[in-house]
Write a protein that binds this ligand. Structure first.
Ligand code: ATP
Length: 234
């Protein structure tokens, strides 16, 4: 569904991504794990055209991906950014509706809104609250809900567990699995290696702009050297 080949991204003299190859099959959860500064956000931003690669080919459903963010949304790809970037001065409902701004299928939009409220009952309870007053976890839910409102086939999730309390982290990962069951494909970048590997079909380990390892997530989770290096336990 999504294929990234020989992707190279520079920020001035910094070579942030060095010949990255990844592939995401339809219906999968694919996790990219790596520590701070590994290049995880850069990878997602290169896919959605926010960052311009120096070299590389990115194809989606067999065609080269357009370089403009709104065309990418139209194709059925949405990015839920790190830091959430919700509209603080709009209500929860208005934020969600912003996610559907390129759509005009009113009835389906209403159905999707219902689905988002089913996934995130907390948002339904706070429908008229200003988004800026939500807790960090609620803002993460809102960012994911807003992404779903574009009715994507592929969701790019950037560090959804960042800064959340353990209980909420569990909830967010359960919801990601529920989203997969809605026939969505998910590319997830995470520092929380254990959680990200636990729910993924396939995983890549990214370090300093290079893919160090790739494989079936379950197998990587069994690999002692990886557990030691990335999960802090053997
Ligand atoms: P984190 O988990 O800390 O968000 P990350 O894996 O997402 O890290 P990136 O944000 O992709 O990492 O950053 C990769 C490298 O590129 C880092 O060394 C970072 O300092 C650098 N970098 C990222 N954005 C820019 C930018 N706009 N200008 C210059 N350097 C950048």
């Amino acid at each position: 569904m999504l294929k990234v080949e020989n992707l190279n991204v520079y920020y001035g003299g910094i070579h942030a991504l060095r010949g990255i190859d990844i592939e995401v099959q339809e219906g999968q959860i694919v996790s990219i794990i790596g520590s701070n500064g590994a290049g995880k956000s850069t990878l997602l931003n290169a896919i959605t055209g926010i960052v311009k690669p120096k070299e590389g080919l990115i194809t989606y459903k067999g065609n080269e991906i357009p370089r403009t963010p709104h065309k990418i949304v139209k194709l059925g790809i949405c990015q839920v950014p790190e830091g959430r970037l919700i509209f603080a001065n709009l209500t929860v409902k208005d934020n969600l509706m912003m996610g559907a701004y390129l759509r005009n299928d009113k009835k389906k939009i209403e159905e999707d809104l219902e689905k988002v409220y089913q996934l995130f009952p907390r948002l339904l309870e706070r429908i008229n609250q200003m988004a800026g007053t939500l807790s960090g976890g609620e803002q993460q839910m809102l960012a994911m809900g807003r992404g779903l409102m574009s009715n994507p086939d592929l969701i790019l999730l950037d560090e959804p567990s960042l800064g959340l309390a353990p209980l909420l982290v569990r909830t967010i990962f359960e919801i990601i699995e529920d989203i997969k069951k809605m026939n969505k494909t998910i590319l997830l970048v995470e520092q929380n290696a254990y959680k990200a590997l636990s729910i993924a079909d396939k995983a890549y380990i990214l370090e300093q702009g290079v893919i160090k390892k790739e494989g079936i997530a379950e197998e990587i989770l069994q690999d002692k050297s990886i557990l030691e290096a990335y999960l802090g336990k053997a």
